[in-house]
Ligand binder design. Structure first.
Ligand SMILES: C[S@@+](CC[C@H](N)C(=O)[O-])C[C@H]1O[C@@H](n2cnc3c(N)ncnc32)[C@H](O)[C@@H]1O
Length: 245
């Protein structure tokens, strides 16, 4: 089973088939970004890097409220640099890029080792169609080496969106490495709170990472945090986080 098939199977299993509804709620994002998102959320076939149109799988995307939240957050915070783990078709990337265009400031990095093999490079093609290549960097690598390299290079990101491998340990490592890249006042958001693995990671952060405070979001499917301090835990600190909150 390939990555896409297993995601589809997983969503079916938990009753969360998220086929884009044919009637898409209005998307209050300026053109050409709004039209791109409407087309994608409508489930229209999308052009890949090779110029051919491919059907979307109907399950792999940040939801519409999540895209709107990312866009609004970036309008308010005017981040200089943003980062996401998990590009795929580029729903969230288009939302970040829309804010960069509107703010006239910012640069977005997306990390995904399967962008070309699993998603036909549709996310990359979207960036090109929108004429935003200069404000965008794609890293064709797994999140662990990519985020570690950003840290080595001293890079910082004001908004980090974690939407890559959704296993508990992978998402926790993405958060931990992401926290090294997040300055005070910066944000880290995790997608897909419907998954027990992500809820468990979030329970750990809420219980153990007092340098991050929860931020309210308009959708329960994301958990967002703002960095408010340094990580001052002692070497053996541990608060039990067995309760998923
Ligand atoms: C739910 S999709 C991302 C959806 C995307 N954010 C959007 O809104 O269109 C998850 C993505 O994570 C990628 N992925 C899986 N394992 C990864 C890893 N170890 N590092 C980075 N990305 C990974 C997959 O290839 C897939 O594109």
């Amino acid at each position: 089973m390939n990555l896409r098939e297993s995601m589809r199977a997983m969503n079916r299993l938990v009753g969360r088939d998220r086929n884009p509804a044919p009637a898409v709620a209005p998307i209050d994002i300026p053109e050409p970004f709004g039209a791109r998102l409407v087309s994608m959320f409508s489930g229209e076939p999308q052009v890949g890097e090779d110029g051919r149109a491919y059907p979307l799988d109907g399950v792999t995307s940040a939801t519409q409220p999540t895209c709107m939240w990312l866009y609004q957050l970036c309008l308010e915070e005017r981040p200089k640099k943003t980062l996401e783990v998990g590009l795929a078709y580029g729903f969230s990337t288009v939302s970040f890029l829309a804010a960069i265009a509107r703010n006239n400031i910012g640069h977005h990095t997306a990390v995904d080792p399967f962008e070309r093999s699993a998603w036909h490079g549709i996310g990359l093609a979207n960036v090109r169609t929108l004429g935003m290549e200069e404000k965008f960097r794609f890293v064709d690598a797994k999140s662990v080496p990519a985020l570690a390299n950003f840290g080595e290079a001293g890079e910082r990101f004001d908004v980090i969106f974690i939407d890559g491998n959704h296993r508990f340990d992978d998402a926790l490592v993405d958060f931990t490495l992401g926290s090294e890249l997040c300055p005070q006042g910066g944000y880290i958001a995790l997608d897909d709170m419907w998954l027990p693995s992500i809820r468990k990671v979030v329970a750990f952060i809420r219980t153990n990472r007092k340098d991050f405070v929860s931020v309210e979001t308009p959708t329960a499917n994301i958990a967002a945090f703002r960095r408010v301090g340094l990580d001052g835990r002692s070497w053996n600190h541990f608060e039990d986080f067995t309760t998923v909150r």
